[in-house]
Design a protein around this ligand. Structure first.
Ligand code: CDP
Ligand code: MG
Length: 738
């Protein structure tokens, strides 16, 4: 074997096989720790194929923070010095030298485009500068973020810097969580929340400055905000508008905002070496873990940041990593594993910002959030598998799915840059240079062009914007997608034939939920089961993190879960049962443990439910309970989700009724073994197959009864036996349609 890397390797037809074996050996040794570190480094498989040019920064000073800041100080003098230290640190940020110039520009112009490297201080500093300059005397400064986690963590940071309690002068607002008060003058929020604020205050009178941050992300809400803030800026000359981002096609934004001036904050960046793999990696998750361990044993100190696509992947990677390092004990330095994703408890989120102890190495497992929204100090190595989770939408079928998709070149560059913030860095791309050059798109497609628009169309209609075709979009959505959204809202009776908002639509718009969920709630009024329905809606909003399934107790967990499915009631009712049972125990944590249910998710569901209950009152729906009439509950669900109906096929798969698409019941569903003839589903997820998640049995008659404008008898008749459906239905004749 040619282990020395000589030319012999290339001639050897088995070289590839050997390289693979080496890889295996290496994995094995890392697992069992028998090989010494030197040998592991010999196996290092990356090649240096490309070197991108980065501007070498002149400011070398790091912006690290003292330990004492991370630990809460009880001692007053300590606290004071911590605050002083923070104030000093603020002055070391790249944005600081431009403070006066920036304030002057804001004073002189109504709209400004601000571009500056991630970590330069845009998000945390600009709102504070505005506050210090007196802008908050006549209105709030609002700063939008595409992600919940970013809004929360940045607000926490700024409140710390200002030495105030979070929720007082500095607060945040994300869906179902409002951490602000009358005192709040600096308000961080998700872009979706500001969009909703337009509903109550169409001229944003309470704001003196609006900063649309991370504008390059081009989320659906951000794109809609652009159109709305541009519009109100015309009749509110006192309102200042800042559009900021790390990587921005500044000219395009400037053009859109009537040639607004561009303010560039020169960043500090250090050179970053880009490393590609020799051959594509079949399993990028595994490759990422191997790379972490390789870096850990061969590279000088410095923390590692890995970009993964979501919570599940992050948890898997964490588990593999813990498993592989377990046996190594003192053979390797300590590896501190820090995951970060939207659903992570706040106290654990804070862990990623804690300084790494001497001699240890931190590895941060993050989603796209770490690309630009969050700055983690001390990162020297970035591992980029090249994927992210992205929404895609098929306007023909109206189906939306979350797909793991290759990132764009712009994203890849941004990710690489995260390693060169405080010193020269290295980025390990788990794909080939060829992949990078030929397979990646230049830029990510804006969300507005690949999503279901029903929600924003409803919001815009509620704002009195009727002519959607001529709305001032930066990049217009496909007209089919707009049409599809109008169709769906019409089917849900939210719009009339003229496209005008109906009373149902107006009520639906009050709920910060997807229109189908809102419709389900509005419809529960007639079925007298609003109490049950808002519990179900709250549980569905929490996502798929209710049930806990530890690897070593899967059987127990599955049994516990199936208890809620007794009688094959379907997933929606099972969720309701979970919620009601928990409530009966007086929201007991112990009960959650015993039933393999995640307490945190339940608490969130409870919060969401409380808010939905408040909103019921606003739209004048009485809170009425009807827990034993499961059909009434299922009919309410159907009133919102009738477009999501599917019928069983002979082979055990399903076909959606409206578009004849083949789908399957998700294995996690309580009905996955039951296979009812007709079902309604909450959502589709595409993994190995197109799966329906959260499924409930349905009587086909209900479809025609509830949505006669959407389904006809022929849609729900069995082709085999012609006289089936109508006769067998026991459904009441109560009309739920509108
Ligand atoms: O928005 P931009 O990327 O320009 O920077 P920023 O988020 O304002 O961050 C400025 C600095 O504040 C970062 O370099 C971090 O050192 C620090 N920061 C932090 O320590 N904790 C946070 N949650 C946010 C920022
Ligand atoms: Mg920022």
């Amino acid at each position: 074997r040619y282990r020395d890397g000589s030319a012999g390797d290339k001639m050897n037809p088995f070289a590839e096989q050997e390289a693979w074996e080496d890889h295996q050996i290496q994995k094995a040794t890392l697992k069992y720790g028998s090989k010494n570190k030197k040998q592991i480094s010999d196996d290092y498989q990356f090649v240096f194929e490309d070197q991108i040019e980065f501007i070498k920064a002149t400011v070398v000073e790091g912006d690290k923070f003292d330990d004492e800041l991370a630990t809460e100080s009880l001692d007053e003098s300590n606290a004071k010095s911590a605050l002083e230290k923070l104030q000093e640190d603020r002055k070391t940020l790249p944005i600081y030298p431009y403070r006066e110039e920036l304030l002057k520009a804001i004073n002189d112009h109504q709209v400004i485009i601000i571009v500056g490297e991630t970590g330069s201080g845009k998000t945390t500093q600009i709102p504070q500068y505005l506050h210090e300059a007196g802008y908050t005397k006549h209105g709030k400064v609002g700063c939008t973020q595409p992600r919940r986690v970013a809004a929360m963590s940045v607000a926490a940071r700024v409140s710390q810097e200002m030495g105030v309690k979070l929720g007082h002068e500095v607060g945040y607002s994300i869906r179902f969580e409002d951490c602000t008060s009358d005192k709040t003058v600096l308000k961080y929020m998700t872009d979706g929340m500001l969009l909703r604020e337009f509903l109550g205050e169409p001229d944003l009178a309470g704001y003196s400055v609006v900063m649309v941050d991370e504008a390059h992300e081009r989320t659906l809400s951000t794109d809609i905000l652009f159109g709305l803030v541009k519009d109100i800026a015309r009749f509110r000359p006192d309102l200042k508008l800042l559009i900021s981002s790390a990587t921005l096609d500044a000219e395009k934004f400037s053009d859109y905002f009537d040639s607004a001036p561009i303010f560039k904050i020169p960043g500090r960046r250090f050179p970053v070496e880009i490393h590609y793999t020799k051959a594509p990696e079949a399993d990028y998750l595994d490759a990422a873990v191997v790379t972490v361990l390789q870096i850990h044993v061969t590279q000088p100190p410095g923390d590692i940041l890995i970009f993964l696509t979501g919570q599940e992947e992050i948890e898997t990677a964490e588990e593999i990593m813990r498993h592989r390092t377990r046996g190594l004990g003192t053979k390797i330095a300590e590896l501190i594993i820090c995951p970060i994703y939207a659903n992570l408890p706040t106290e654990l989120q804070a862990k990623i910002f804690e300084p790494t102890p001497e001699g240890a190495r931190k590895v941060v497992l993050a989603t796209n959030i770490a690309e630009t929204s969050l700055t983690i100090d001390g990162i020297k190595y970035v591992i980029d598998p090249g994927f992210c989770k992205m929404k895609s939408y098929n306007p023909r079928t109206g189906m939306e799915s979350l797909l793991v998709t290759p990132i764009s070149k712009a994203s890849a560059m941004q990710r690489a840059g995260r390693s060169g913030r405080t010193g020269p860095g290295k980025c390990f791309r788990l794909y080939t240079a060829y992949n990078y050059l030929h397979d990646l798109e230049d830029n990510t497609i804006p969300e507005i062009q690949r999503t279901n628009l029903a929600n924003v169309v409803l919001t815009l209609k509620s704002l009195g914007i009727h002519d959607l075709i001529n709305f001032d979009f930066m990049d217009p959505p496909p007209s089919e997608a707009l049409l599809k959204a109008l169709e769906l809202l019409f089917a849900l009776s939210a719009l009339n034939k003229l496209g005008e908002l109906t009373k149902v639509g107006r009520r639906m718009a009050e709920f910060p939920l997807d229109p189908m969920l809102s419709k389900m709630i509005v419809a529960s009024d007639k079925c007298k089961c609003s109490d049950e329905i808002i519990s179900i809606a709250a549980m569905l909003s929490v996502g798929n993190s209710i049930f806990y399934r530890p690897k070593d107790k899967q059987v127990h967990a599955d049994n516990a879960r199936m208890n809620f499915h007794t009688g094959n009631v379907g997933d929606h009712i099972a969720l309701l049962k979970v919620y009601s049972s928990w409530k009966e125990t007086n929201y007991s944590t112990q009960w959650c443990y015993e039933n393999y249910i995640q307490v945190r998710s339940m608490k969130r569901a409870r919060d969401v439910r409380d808010q939905l209950e408040g909103l019921l009152e606003r739209v004048e729906i009485e809170l009425s309970s009807n827990p034993n009439d499961l059909d009434a509950i299922k009919k309410s669900i159907t009133s919102g989700f009738f477009p999501h109906s599917a019928r069983l096929q002979k082979n055990g798969s399903y076909k959606t009724v409206k578009h004849s698409q083949t789908v399957h019941i998700h294995p996690s569903s309580g009905l996955s073994q039951v296979l009812p003839r007709w079902v309604i589903y909450h959502e589709l997820v595409l993994t190995t197959k197109e799966y329906m998640r959260q499924v409930t049995e349905l009587k086909p008659d209900w479809l025609v009864e509830i949505a006669p404008h959407y389904y006809q008898m022929k849609d729900v008749e069995d082709p085999g036996s012609k006289k089936m459906p109508r006769g067998q239905g026991r459904a009441s004749s109560q009309q739920l349609g509108s």
